[in-house]
Design a binder for this molecule. Structure first.
Ligand code: AHM
Ligand code: MG
Length: 280
């Protein structure tokens, strides 16, 4: 597992460089020497593929940018699903973005997850790696240094409601409003990595991406986004559900399957469970 953690750190340093030097992320754009530029998220995908290819314990990878899984080492035991640059359109407006990694043993699937990791590319580069605990690291002078263990409070103050409000169910809107009525503050950038990171570091709150009329299965992908963050939130003492069930108890039938999802501290998730349990 340490070799995987080290490889992820290398990808983070290379992705940070790619974000910094890249002509702003439009695909098929020509650079100053007339070469076609690779879209930034595809470039990040290749960086991760290249670094994980060097780790013999990695059996197979699946990327949000690839249609199919890719076998790397027949003798490896780990299956890694990653989103190379989540929220990549936010790079163009200079907001934070992130990479997400779910590390599974033996096969992809929430029940097989053994570790999870994400990297936030903001004013600073921070990395959270979760096994039994969620640990925060900060990139300083080319090295990731351990900062602290992350623990959520029982109750937070932030509310990050995803999806288009027009397409929310009325009971979902009522629930979101009930938190605002209680003093919760809106914090939503449109990047799940910085939005979920903020809730984790500020002690708690709720991030939701519900089923909507246009996206009945939600938007966020189980293997690359939903399960990895569910694992981190549970390791930090929070909870993660799809409305009724724990996200980590869900299956998947395709690597790109999505799910409605709610991540938060215990108080907020209890309310979500209560509201959603009353729906059919
Ligand atoms: P992406 O994988 O295409 O970048 O989309 C994922 C992003 C998440 O980071 C974010 O939480 C969500 O899409 C925002 O969606 P919306 O604008 O519908 O709220
Ligand atoms: Mg994504």
């Amino acid at each position: 597992m340490n070799d995987i953690f080290e490889a992820i750190q290398k990808t983070a340093i290379r992705i940070k460089d790619a974000i910094d030097v890249k002509d702003i992320g439009y695909s098929q754009q020509e650079n100053s020497s007339g070469e076609t530029q690779l879209q930034l998220d595809l470039q990040c995908d290749l960086i991760i593929e290249e670094e994980l290819s060097k780790v013999s314990s990695v059996h197979t990878i699946a990327s949000e940018e690839k249609d199919k899984e890719l076998l790397l080492h027949n003798d490896g035991e780990y299956f890694i699903a990653y989103d190379p640059l989540d929220g990549s359109s936010l790079v163009d407006v200079n907001l934070s973005v992130g990479s997400i990694f779910g590390i599974y043993k033996g096969a992809f699937g929430a029940q097989n997850m053994v570790a999870s990791c994400y990297v936030v590319f903001g004013p600073r580069v921070e990395l959270v790696f979760a096994q039994d605990k969620a640990k925060l690291y900060l990139l300083q002078a080319g090295e990731f240094e351990f900062v602290k263990e992350i623990r959520l409070n029982e109750k937070g103050k932030l509310n990050a409601p995803g999806g288009t409000q027009q397409n929310w169910e009325p009971y979902h809107k009522e629930m979101v409003d009930s938190f605002f009525a209680e003093g919760y503050r809106l914090r939503y950038s449109g990047g799940m990595v910085p939005d979920l990171h903020q809730i984790l570091l500020k002690g708690g709150g709720l991030f939701s991406y519900p089923a909507t009329s246009d996206k009945p299965e939600g938007k966020l992908r189980r293997l690359f986004e939903v399960f990895p963050f569910a694992f981190v939130y549970e390791a930090a003492g929070g909870e993660a559900i799809n409305g009724k069930e724990n996200l980590m108890s869900l299956g998947h039938s395709h690597i790109h399957d999505t799910s409605p999802c709610f991540f938060g501290s215990k108080y907020e998730i209890a309310r979500v469970r209560d509201v959603y349990s009353k729906q059919g």
